[in-house]
Design a protein around this ligand. Structure first.
Ligand code: AG3
Length: 280
């Protein structure tokens, strides 16, 4: 295939990314979504769900390392971790790098995404074979309601929370998360871009503030997500989150103790975002 382009169908962004691609490796409709795997000369393989690019092989670490390592290093001893979504395995791979982790439960509603990742994205899905991993194919919103004081860290690695994953950003959901966490538990969820989704980011922050005593926002730049300046909303029952609470020993491409601190917005700007002082 020469000069063939895939135009992303991202209903939540005001622009369309257009990727040069050289192969369609997989295309199907699962019980929940359209799944597409493409190969691109620049990005490697791409995983596309319902027309929205979820990850690429080249830059996925810019998302997965931040999503997993900031909460896990803020916690002094994470043993039990719950991942909601994340069926590609990228977040799980990062979580399992922590020796303290005894059990990582991944709850993704769509079994087919996991199968596709095992087949096409071996560098992401490697953690599924780890004996500490438990995979559950259920609705994460329902799953979490059965637990109390169970997890040290809960991570939401969902598709865009402005779509059917929206429930994962509501105050109700955060109350279930709070209950499912141990007394010093930490939550994080991916919350889209500061550029195109600022209102949503602020709303999620406020929902979290109604439930958790410590709430904050950190960011990384993800070149394949429209809006680029990607946010992660973090909430903690006890531990401060802006600093790693222990030495960083995991092997990563970009995450480090310095990058952890640098990922958080300066207090003044964070305040201005939340209070509406900053707007476009
Ligand atoms: N999870 C977040 C993807 C959000 C992408 N949104 C977008 N491009 N509008 C990705 C799954 C990776 N584990």
């Amino acid at each position: 295939m020469k000069d063939v382009f895939f135009i992303e169908r991202d209903p939540y962004a005001p622009i369309r990314h257009c990727y040069a691609v050289n192969k369609v490796l997989y295309e199907s409709k699962s019980d929940y979504q359209e799944i597409l795997v493409l190969e691109s000369p620049e990005f490697g393989k791409l995983l596309v769900l319902d027309g929205v690019v979820q990850l690429d092989e080249k830059y996925e670490f810019m998302y997965h390392e931040y999503l997993a390592h900031v909460p896990l290093h803020a916690h002094p001893n994470p043993e039990d971790v719950l991942i909601i979504g994340g069926g590609d395995g990228g977040t799980l791979r990062e979580v399992l790098k922590h020796e303290s982790v005894k059990r990582a439960v991944l709850v993704d509603i769509d079994k087919e995404v996991i199968e596709v990742s095992k087949k096409f994205f071996p560098t992401l899905s490697s953690g599924f074979d780890d004996p500490r991993s438990i995979v559950v194919n259920e609705d994460g919103y329902k799953y979490i309601q059965d637990y109390e004081g169970e997890f040290d860290v809960v991570i939401v690695d969902s598709t865009d929370p402005v779509g059917f994953a929206h429930v994962l950003t509501t105050e109700d959901f955060f109350r279930f998360v709070h209950r499912a966490l141990k007394d010093d538990g930490i939550f994080v969820g991916q919350t889209e871009s500061i550029h195109y989704h600022l209102d949503m980011v602020v709303k999620v922050q406020k929902n979290l503030q109604r439930v958790f005593p410590i709430v904050d926002l950190y960011t990384s730049v993800v070149p394949i997500y429209a809006g680029y300046w990607w946010t992660y909303s973090i909430a903690s029952k006890k531990h401060p989150v802006r600093e790693p609470s222990r030495e960083v020993k995991v092997q990563t491409k970009i995450y480090s103790a310095d990058m952890h601190r640098y990922a958080f917005l300066p207090e003044s700007f964070y305040k201005s975002i939340l209070e509406g002082g900053f707007r476009y």
